[in-house]
Design a protein around this ligand. Sequence first.
Ligand code: DAH
Length: 344
Amino acid sequence: MNTTVMIDKINELKERIVSLSASSLEEVEALRIKYLSKKGEVSALFNDFKSVAPEEKRTVGQALNELKNMATERIAALREALETSDSAADDLDLTRTAAPLPLGTRHPLSLVRDEIVDIFSRLGFTIAEGPEIEDDWHVFSSLNFAADHPARDMQDTFFINRTPDVLLRTHTSSVQSRVMERTQPPIRIICPGRVYRNEAISARAHCFFHQVEALYVDKNVSFADLRQTLLYFAREMFGPETKIRLRPSYFPFTEPSAEMDISCNLCGGKGCSFCKHTGWVEILGCGMVDPNVLRACGIDPDVYSGFALGMGIERITNLKYQVKDLRMFSENDVRFLEEFTAAH
Ligand code: DAH
């Protein structure tokens, strides 16, 4: 055979072999037979080689060997690609447990807030919210604070502006007056939220913290209703054995006012260092809404009466989870936050 024809054939075959593809092992085997078996196209060229002129044998022989190696490698590569992808599919175990997804945790204050709201919602209270940036009227004046009450002092309250007065609310009681101003009784609301006070930050005090306020105004609301609501809350929150105790107290916006203690949930009331050996721990302030407050908010105190109560969420969280340092609530240390995974 003419050498040039032979070289042309070799090149043409090389081009075809480079672009070979196969989608199954059977197809690979067919390609092997087509090109490399004894009767295959490459072997056929080796037969033709015999008739190449002796002085050309070196060049043509080299080209033929290259072709053969190339075809062998190409077909082996096609086979290997199919075999490895097949074996990966064989190893796939769909019954195997999936790797765990890293899940975040809820903040302890959110967990406790939701629990408090949940308990009150079972008594028919619905959530009400108000702004954190407030004015003197809603935080103080409407709530019967005297003009010279020390809470109005800049040492206790963060003022944004003096005249007109813009300040950060120091308690969620401001939501009471906002709701009473725009709603006639019956009113039954629970108001969770953040409050601010001008305090030096330490393990026991912070310049912001969280409260929940509850307000019930209707005809014939009595102190007995307040007491029963408190007892229900305490038992739902701290367990059915919990006892409550009301001590007389003073708040400008309630009359009479009281502070509520619960039997120490650590020692069960026997006395321990947590309850300073009294068997009781204080958890909230409460009372009957002062008629002055009802009047200031446009509700007739001769027709309606009501009770209010307010508590710190950090305080309740401390009682439930014994968090010793208030600063931990706002540091966002994941080691602390992850301790509450099981509480979800
Ligand atoms: N606002 C009070 C405080 O920040 C808590 C409080 C006490 C709220 C008595 C009330 C209440 O509604 O009746 O300390």
